[in-house]
Design a protein around this ligand. Structure first.
Ligand SMILES: NC(=O)c1ccc[n+]([C@@H]2O[C@H](COP(=O)([O-])OP(=O)(O)OC[C@H]3O[C@@H](n4cnc5c(N)ncnc54)[C@H](OP(=O)(O)O)[C@@H]3O)[C@@H](O)[C@H]2O)c1
Length: 348
């Protein structure tokens, strides 16, 4: 297993981070514990969770994934072997059941969120505490267009959020701060405040990145290159679409896009379906497993600190982790690049 530095911290994280958001919905606690055991046996030292998991999120299962991980820490006594990342939800009507709607990323909201996460995770510290999405109008979650003209006055100032995080670092409850679903302006604003006000420096940005979702390369990859705020790439298989399992109108039973076609529609729009078909052809031409080709692509990017994989079966988990031992040939990479130029970022 390859390791990369988490931002400018002294932490080395595995190139593969274990995603968790199916646990408590598509996967049981026993299955989750088997996944964690296997991941650790393969050298993975990095888990990513969020207070809102599992997905698709609903009141009845809220925070169940953190409980499952907490139970694993308690049973295996492996807390100190793992770099543990979790997230606090941002604003949005969808999550009004969280803290009775008090989730605007103010100091009060963040302090309440972290206490609950620590309890559920059965630990007294979180290695990387991430803002799940911004508390301001911005373009994230499947959109490239900026919400021009939106009312910015209701936004929570980033300084307030980061100052709350600084207090948590001082208290030893969190070690480092990360953002998610952020934009170049957002990351640079966090960095400016940390420099000018002596607040914690961002360690990472967790955004979507895969063969069909390459908008990170437009602005954020340059930020990473200059500022060492590395990408934790989520949905490296486009939610499973880049396995090819939905090609030709297939609807595999129990699979994410079959269960919740509307929630994850960013990966199934017509241009995305065209892209999946072209990547399927490339994999076939070179005799590669399509999922493994899609995952191995991520390790070719130096701006990727770690890719957060997800799996619902042990078979796919094993295959996905093994993909990071592969190196794609120049011919494969050239074909991927040609397909990208032909249909750039069809699933933002
Ligand atoms: N910050 C954020 O907003 C955010 C958003 C999304 C995810 N994340 C993080 O990133 C992690 C991974 O995201 P993701 O689950 O979207 O990743 P993904 O790799 O794009 O999709 C994983 C899903 O694809 C299917 N799959 C995986 N391997 C497969 C294979 N070899 N063959 C066929 N199907 C396969 C499985 O779903 P089915 O079995 O249902 O088909 C699996 O749950 C999450 O657990 C979470 O920690 C963060």
């Amino acid at each position: 297993m390859e390791f990369r530095k988490l931002g400018r911290t002294d932490i080395d994280v595995s190139l593969v981070c274990l995603g968790t958001m199916t646990w408590g919905e598509q996967n049981t606690q026993d299955q989750a514990h088997e996944q964690m055991d296997y991941a650790v046996s393969q050298g993975i030292n990095f888990f990513d969770v969020a207070e809102m998991y599992p997905v698709s999120p609903r009141k009845e299962t809220y925070a169940q994934t953190e409980r499952i991980i907490g139970n694993w820490f308690e049973a295996r006594k492996k807390r100190d072997d793992i770099i543990l990342a979790t997230k606090v939800v941002g604003p949005g009507d969808f999550f009004n059941y969280v803290r009775d709607g008090a989730k605007r990323l103010t100091e009060k909201d963040i302090f309440a969120a972290v206490e609950s996460s620590l309890q559920r995770l059965k630990t007294d510290y979180i290695d990387l505490y991430q803002i799940h999405w911004p508390a301001r109008p911005a373009n994230y979650f499947g959109t490239l267009d900026y919400p021009d003209g939106a009312d910015l006055s209701q936004s929570v100032p980033i300084e307030e959020t980061l100052t709350a995080m600084a207090k948590l670092v001082e208290q030893g409850k969190i070690r480092h701060v990360g953002v998610s679903n952020e934009t170049p302006w957002g990351v640079m604003e966090y960095l400016r405040l940390s420099k000018e006000k002596g607040l914690p420096r961002l360690a990472s940005i967790q955004n979507p990145y895969n063969l069909m979702t390459r908008q990170y390369e437009v602005g954020l990859s340059e930020v990473t290159a200059h500022e060492d705020v590395g990408l934790l790439a989520y949905s490296p298989l486009g939610g499973g679409t880049l396995s090819g399992k939905y090609l030709n109108g297939q609807k595999p039973e129990g699979a994410r896009m079959t269960l919740w076609p509307d929630r994850f529609s960013r990966f199934t729009k017509p241009r995305a379906q065209d892209a999946v078909a072209s990547y399927a052809e490339i994999a076939k031409k070179h005799g590669l497993d399509m999922s493994q080709m899609a995952l191995a692509y991520l390790k070719t990017k130096t701006f990727v600190t770690s890719s957060i994989i997800g799996a619902t079966t042990m078979e796919t988990l094993k295959s996905n982790i093994a993909a990071y031992d592969m190196d794609l040939s120049d011919d494969v990479l050239a074909d991927i690049e040609a397909a990208h130029q032909n249909n750039p970022t069809p699933a933002p």
